[in-house]
Write a protein that binds this ligand. Structure first.
Ligand SMILES: Cc1cc2nc3c(=O)[nH]c(=O)nc-3n(C[C@H](O)[C@H](O)[C@H](O)COP(=O)(O)OP(=O)(O)OC[C@H]3O[C@@H](n4cnc5c(N)ncnc54)[C@H](O)[C@@H]3O)c2cc1C
Ligand SMILES: NC(=O)c1ccc[n+]([C@@H]2O[C@H](COP(=O)([O-])OP(=O)(O)OC[C@H]3O[C@@H](n4cnc5c(N)ncnc54)[C@H](OP(=O)(O)O)[C@@H]3O)[C@@H](O)[C@H]2O)c1
Length: 457
């Protein structure tokens, strides 16, 4: 049997690696790549680290985000956003997301968005990552160059730079910026206003309005509550809903749940599939986001189809282009930062030839088998990177590739308990919980890292 291609080469090769994006994914990728001995340049089109967590009151000129010429705003955060995961679960392994003293710090267990940004800034400073970042520099094209290397072109203040050659490119450009919109029959003659949650910031503009939100995930749940404080009526249209949950929301006087919108009309009416009708002012699409890699030139070796990026070996390496091209952070319904960290360690180790990848053919076989298993289970293509409970096996598998300790059991249990608490206490789960035993286990685990840095828990 032939050796896996990467196993034939000498160990611990140092590579010249371009990382795209200085959000949580790019920052931890830079750290792990450098720790492995690679030379790293991080390209960041914004002027600071943090990606999604850099809140801005600015919104895009096209509230639906459809105009390809609009000036893109990266972050989809709204002003009142608090994390929906407990901070113990969010941090990187040896840099836990513990409370810190200081102006504007938010000590809550589910803190406001600015606390996460400050945590990422602390991380970048602590590990000297900021100096690896070229700010206000957008990658505009990435393609194969001679000898299996990669050509990266970037733009800085509207000036296109010369091609630069790298041994590898790690893509961590985030995937919560490019809105996905629901098709609604009759929408072109509907007189109301439409927007996507990407461009939602504060409830004030919705005062006394009748608002319809589409979607049943985190954005729809949170934004409907934010808006209900001021709106006349809030209606939520959900495409996969049980009839028993339809009707007036038990905890709100002005909120109703409906099945999906069937059609909209030029007199302002919105008709739902359950037969109910509402005259609405606004439709707010809380319908999630699309993977978007406008800079990638792969000659068809990689594509995005119905929100499936593929083919990808274990959501990271395109078999035909591995290990030179890799992706951090594509899976969703996960604990993002810990997964980014493991994927980063894997990529770093593969690039130095400390970790072997299977042959391209074997990787492709694995990918095909994965796609077949999804199809056989009736899982829609758009859920290819949706992990939820499977994230723990995945994390442990990646950790094993890297010879790292497996995923912390308390973290898994805390994630599961939090998910249950969110259902039991949808309004208050961020401030009321019953998993103090897991918090103690987390704090015990963190001691070895926090005492090193002289931090409080
Ligand atoms: C509304 C919302 C709430 C969330 N809440 C939570 C939560 O409570 N807890 C949690 O753990 N996670 C949460 N997440 C998930 C969050 O996205 C991840 O935690 C994480 O921040 C994603 O990091 P990233 O590096 O993958 O992407 P991003 O944070 O999006 O960073 C990508 C970076 O790449 C840069 N970039 C993009 N294209 C280019 C280019 N061509 N050239 C140069 N730079 C480029 C961008 O400017 C950006 O800085 C939330 C996400 C959203 C949208
Ligand atoms: N910290 C917080 O409190 C917070 C708040 C908001 C968001 N977030 C995070 O932000 C990320 C994005 O969340 P999100 O809620 O914006 O997006 P999302 O998780 O992708 O959910 C999109 C929702 O829209 C529905 N949908 C998509 N297309 C539709 C269509 N054509 N017709 C009808 N319904 C459609 C989806 O239904 P299907 O499942 O059927 O496709 C799903 O319910 C997640 O990681 C989330 O955790 C966090």
């Amino acid at each position: 049997m032939p050796l896996p291609s990467t196993a034939r080469l000498p160990p611990l090769v140092s590579r010249h690696v371009a990382v795209i994006g200085a959000g949580a994914g790019g920052l931890v990728a830079a750290r792990e790549l450098r720790r492995e001995g690679h030379q790293v340049v991080v390209f960041e089109k914004g002027d600071q680290v943090g990606g999604t967590w850099v809140y801005t009151p600015k919104v895009e000129s096209d509230p639906l985000g459809l105009d390809p010429n609009r000036a893109v705003v990266v972050s989809s955060l709204y002003k009142s956003l608090r994390t929906n995961l407990p901070r113990e679960c969010m941090g990187f392994r040896d840099f836990p997301f513990v409370t810190r003293d200081g102006k504007d710090r938010d000590p809550r267990r589910f803190p406001g968005h600015w606390e996460v940004l400050m945590y990422l800034q602390d991380f970048a400073t602590e590990f000297g990552i900021t100096e690896l970042v070229r700010f206000e520099t957008e990658v505009v094209s990435v393609g194969l160059a001679e000898g299996g290397k990669w050509k990266v072109k970037s733009k800085s203040r509207d000036r296109i730079g010369a091609d630069e050659i790298y041994d590898a490119v790690v893509v961590s450009n985030g995937h919560f910026t490019e809105p996905r919109i629901a098709d609604i029959p009759g929408i072109n003659s509907w007189p109301g206003k439409q927007m996507h949650s990407h461009n939602y910031r504060i409830p004030a503009p919705f005062r006394d309005q009748v608002v319809i939100l589409i979607g049943s995930a985190a954005s729809a749940v949170d934004i409907s509550r934010d808006i209900a404080r001021v709106a006349k009526e809030v209606h939520i249209a959900i495409r996969s809903v049980e009839d028993s949950t339809l009707g007036k929301h038990p905890s709100y006087d002005n909120m109703w749940l409906h099945s999906m919108i069937e059609s909209v009309h030029d007199d302002g009416r919105v008709i739902f599939q359950d037969g109910s009708t509402v005259n609405a002012d606004v439709i707010l699409h809380c319908t999630g986001y699309k993977y978007h890699f406008p800079f990638l030139e792969t000659d068809g070796a990689l594509s995005v189809d119905d929100n499936c990026v593929g083919p990808l070996y274990e959501h990271v390496f395109p078999p035909a282009l591995a290990p030179g091209l890799s992706f951090i952070g594509l899976p969703w319904k996960v604990l993002p930062f810990p997964m980014f960290e493991l994927q980063s360690k894997w990529i770093a180790g593969v690039l130095s030839y400390r970790i072997a990848l299977p042959s391209k053919e074997e990787m492709m076989e694995k990918v095909k088998a994965f796609y077949s298993s999804l199809e056989a289970s009736g899982i829609p293509k758009r859920y290819t990177h949706n992990m939820a409970i499977t994230q723990f096996d995945y994390n442990n598998w990646v950790a094993a590739q890297c010879s790292c300790p497996s995923f912390e059991e308390w973290k898994k249990q805390m994630y599961l308990v939090t998910a249950k608490n969110r259902v039991v206490r949808p309004e208050t789960y961020r401030d009321e919980w019953e998993d103090d035993d897991f918090i103690l286990q987390a704090q015990e685990d963190f001691k070895k890292f926090t005492t090193l840095r002289g931090l409080a828990q």
